[in-house]
Ligand binder design. Structure first.
Ligand code: HEC
Ligand code: HEC
Length: 157
């Protein structure tokens, strides 16, 4: 269910997290029509990793990328106000939010510092939250299949 608009938002989010992805920025769609104004959020007050002047549209695209990649809801990282039951997005009360910031910086470094060193680095070969998390809040361990004994496999073409 990754239709065009959603995908391009994910790509915007990716290019924000990973500024070296200039190719993605060129595919950004025109600004959202006024009909989407109800997505407007109060101006963020506690951004430490994302650009402080990020548009609310790009911020939300990034947040939806997090929920989708980790298979969680917003309240996984954002604490709830016990009386109003609204989420207090600017609060850093939940350890998961702090972990997410570490993860954002880690992901930026993997892409900007390490993957970028590969001689055959492809423009779409970026690590994102989903690369490791695959829809789980804690990545599941990968157990390699048992080694096959017998003739060696044919060389890859
Ligand atoms: C995996 C953790 C995680 C999830 C899930 C998540 N967020 Fe966030 N959110 C963060 C982090 C981390 C920041 C701060 C980013 C920074 O410091 O640059 C943030 C910041 C925000 C802010 C800005 C708050 C401010 O005033 O500074 C808003 C608004 C927000 N998130 C909304 C949402 C919404 C809506 C959802 C669900 C669709 C959501 N978030 C899901 C981690 C998460
Ligand atoms: C290179 C692999 C990798 C990438 C990329 C990655 N993570 Fe993680 N993440 C992990 C691992 C492994 C753990 C568990 C670490 C531990 O148990 O100490 C984890 C743990 C977390 C946790 C803590 C979960 C909990 O239950 O407290 C959060 C939140 C999180 N990641 C968010 C993110 C977000 C958001 C992104 C993208 C910006 C991201 N991760 C990218 C590997 C990754």
């Amino acid at each position: 269910m990754l239709h065009g608009k959603h995908l391009s938002r994910v790509l915007i989010a990716a290019s924000l997290l990973f500024p070296s992805v200039s190719l993605l920025a060129q595919t950004a769609p025109p600004a959202a029509p006024p009909s989407e104004a109800h997505h407007e959020m109060p101006k963020p007050t506690n951004l430490k990793v994302l650009p402080k002047n990020i548009s609310s549209k790009d911020l939300m695209a990034t947040m939806h990328q997090f929920t989708g990649s980790l298979g969680v809801h917003c309240n996984f990282c954002h604490v709830e106000d016990k009386t109003t039951h609204h989420l207090i997005f600017a609060s850093d009360a939940k350890p998961e939010k702090k972990s997410a910031r570490v993860m954002m910086r880690m992901t930026q470094t993997i892409n900007g510092k390490y993957l970028a060193q590969l001689p055959d680095h492809g423009s779409m070969q970026k690590v994102g939250c989903g690369t490791c998390h695959r829809g789980k809040s804690t990545p599941t361990e990968f157990v390699p299949p048992p080694e096959q004994h017998g003739p060696p496999p044919a060389p890859a073409k």
